[in-house]
Design a protein around this ligand. Sequence first.
Ligand code: PMP
Length: 404
Amino acid sequence: MEYKFAKRIQNLRASEIREILKVTERPEVISFAGGLPAPELFPVKEIKDVTRLVLEENGAKALQYTTTEGYTPLREWIADRTNKNMGSSFGYENILLTHGSQQALDLTGKVFLDEGDVVLCESPTYLAAISAFKAYGCRFKEVPTDNDGMIPDELESILYSTQNVKLIYVIPDFQNPTGRTWSVERREMLVQAAMKHNIIIIEDNPYGELRFEGEMLPSVKSFDKTGLVICLGTFSKIFCPGYRIGWVAGEEKIISKYILVKQGVDLQCNTMAQMEIAKYLELYSIDKHISNIKKAYKRRRDTVVKAMEEEFPEGVTFTRPEGGLFAWVELPPDVDSRDVLQKCLEKNVAFVPGGAFFPNENRQNTMRINFSNMPEERIVEGIKRISDVLREFIHAKLQASLGD
Ligand code: PMP
């Protein structure tokens, strides 16, 4: 039987991360691959309590359908939190709950993208945002990006020379995959440029609350005077990803479109999950919980950076993130991290090759290192093993070039 799939599916390929994650489920593998939070920090006991309480106090409601928008007390909490962290002035009407911010990315594509539209993104950018948007037939323009964010002149010239730009997608805080954070000036510049060209900005911010040092910076949203910035957020990294609860926050006129498309996708998020999270927020301190996560991740960040400084061979560079879950490694130009990964898997250590994070360029001499999911001693051992493989590769390339 020859199956006649939709055209849009022909451009999609299996995520490299998903394939690698299958291997990393083996306990002997030291994994820097997935973006997984530390499971030992999940508040399992507290969640047992809130589950019981929700069922005892409001069981029938928790098991019933609810509105597409979501459970109002939770939307109120999210609006307040977003206002505090991002300088917005949202009410609960500006918030739609989604199945993780991943669903918010997909709904964004449904709401804004027509075939042939262009999405501007950082170079590199979040892999699963590329897949979510691509399904709607868009093209990507990667805006050259340095340690401070998109480079203003490059952004301007792309905006002037490109037709059909619909969205600018950015992750300004502790970006996935690089761990980089935009400077304040670049955030303001981005809003000015988008305003001039009348383009929507998607500010995706799953990691902003996970800052280990320094001050929280004003969000991109905080410079928005005209309602062109849409904020995506999630409980995945500050609480538990298994709940699959995230949100999209924006002008009511925009949110009403997201609500329409969500109705066609899944009607609503899981009612029980929404009420359990709201109960947790009422009874426990999420700030204390986040503070514990940050302490653990900071130790792991310190460990991974120190290990990379001590072990990685010359010619290999890497970022030193001030928060979040990821560091980004650049290898000499002729070393392909997919080959490095094959060798590393033989030594039971994994990471994600960086090429897939570039929608067009495919720079294969890069790798993403996640540091949140492994205890410190395994981080040290894992970086040693990767370093041994890197030394072999760099040595072999050097020998080959001497032989040329
Ligand atoms: N955006 C970014 C930048 C991410 O890194 C992730 C998760 N890795 C998501 C969105 C999706 O997160 P979730 O669906 O778990 O909220």
